[in-house]
Design a binder for this molecule. Sequence first.
Ligand SMILES: [Zn+2]
Length: 94
Amino acid sequence: MAVKNVMEIVVSDVLRDSKKQLNLVCDCERCMDDIFADALNNLPPRYIVNPDHQPYVRAVHETDRDGAINVLRVVTQAATLVGKQPRCNHFNKN
Ligand SMILES: [Zn+2]
């Protein structure tokens, strides 16, 4: 199956571009994955079949700018949630 959720690419872009302004408690791989997963769970998926997905990614980014889907808002919420209770080893050593 060659089905891809374009939202994964969009969230990954937003997460990378906005990392500094998110004021992350921890930015290890586990925490970033948790933020990524939580954000995706709160966004409508955009599945495509064609692996040449760049136009779709752009389309989703443009929709986001119009405020229909606020990816950054959802990513920020996810970062806050994960930051309150990080599940990685950095905070769970005892
Ligand atoms: Zn962490």
